[in-house]
Design a protein around this ligand. Sequence first.
Ligand SMILES: Cc1cc2nc3c(=O)[nH]c(=O)nc-3n(C[C@H](O)[C@H](O)[C@H](O)COP(=O)(O)OP(=O)(O)OC[C@H]3O[C@@H](n4cnc5c(N)ncnc54)[C@H](O)[C@@H]3O)c2cc1C
Length: 419
Amino acid sequence: MVRFVVVGGGAAGWITSHYLKRNLDCELTVVHKKENEIIGVGESTTPTILKVIEDVKSWQEDSKALIKYGIKFNDWLRPNSEWYHLFEDAFIKDDVDSIEYLRNEHPKIDTTTFNYYHGDFLVKCKNNIMDTKNNSIPGYGFQVQADKLGLACKNELEGEYNLIEEDVTTVLLDKHGIHSIGTENHILHADYFIDCSGFERILINRLSSFEPYEDMIANSYIVGKLDKHKKRPYTVTTALKNGWRWEIDTQDRTNAGYVYCDHLTSHEKAMEESGIEGEKKSFVSGKMKDIAIKNCISNGLAQSFIEPLEATSLMMTCYTVEKFVEIIKRGKRIETLNKIMDKFLKHTKEFVKYHYILSERKDSEWWEYWTEQKSDIQDFFERSLKNKRYCKKNDTLINHYNIASMMVGYECLTERKRI
Ligand SMILES: Cc1cc2nc3c(=O)[nH]c(=O)nc-3n(C[C@H](O)[C@H](O)[C@H](O)COP(=O)(O)OP(=O)(O)OC[C@H]3O[C@@H](n4cnc5c(N)ncnc54)[C@H](O)[C@@H]3O)c2cc1C
């Protein structure tokens, strides 16, 4: 029986543990700090979450989940503009793909018509309809309290794992990778060590190095809770002068946050601009050079973080563990995961970055920085058109539908004004 040690008791640690236990005959040990500090900001997910945790019975209630059909982008193209990025997909009609049809026949299509053409999610968003029946493919995601999502996965595994609530203080290496890890009272051996220790990267840092995404300049955030609780089936992001603000509605509260670059604005100004009061926190956008190496696999924030825009982090976590299990079942080398994840991360990062580059805003150093970035959006779109892939249920692909949706949202699918 294969032995796993998972280090980390945040959302990534428990999602990973749950999926491993449900899909492999394995012995599982989870280790996390006694003072279990986890990120746990109110989080927005993509449909992939359902594929990975659909058999966790109580998670929707436990994590106060509210359905999500997509993301609303306020003031991104220019002040007073809006568009929705929805979890719908392109489709084939009379042998023509919907995106190609729109591009050829209706080159001046606007974002609202584009969305109506692809399904009913925009109607649902505008009328606050939360309906899990008859939904489009790939389906819906959720807005959740991530700390509670992790706990729901943990509760479901009751009695199926060993738990050690102690700091990992030593990591002993050998030619196979990690020989053993040590805590105050334990020395642990395993066939595979999974690093879900968040930004500490306590295991993977010993075998590989972190590669920052130098071009992604957001590095700071503030989080808070809004007094007015709304229940909208979509996440709201609003572009401001020095960054962007999110609002995520869960069943019992609306969480808000602001993302910015502390080289370009101060914490005080960020609080004033966003209307959110809170402590300044930091992150570094980037990924591990090796996501999997020898007998160690990194997941969650220990593996990669692009930035919060488009809510891709839990999606990466789910995708990683799903692919890792496939690799183990097929008896492939675990380094195979590097190629798969590198490709997905690169593509997703490009998609996230275009939200900034395609904006017309120039009203601050922040927006001027993005204006100066090179745009190859047409090439990105044409590449994705050649590789036509459509979503399956509970799937998240950043495919030509998503890219076209973004290009229409930023008024550049056909006018090509910035290309
Ligand atoms: C501002 C912000 C907004 C975000 N918004 C979204 C979003 O909308 N959607 C989305 O999908 N994701 C979002 N994310 C990412 C999301 O928060 C994480 O992917 C998710 O919470 C998982 O975190 P984690 O479990 O990897 O790390 P953490 O929650 O940091 O957990 C780390 C764990 O490792 C343990 N640990 C650390 N060091 C040691 C040690 N030495 N010994 C033992 N244990 C140790 C800790 O005790 C803890 O249990 C956001 C992140 C940020 C920063």
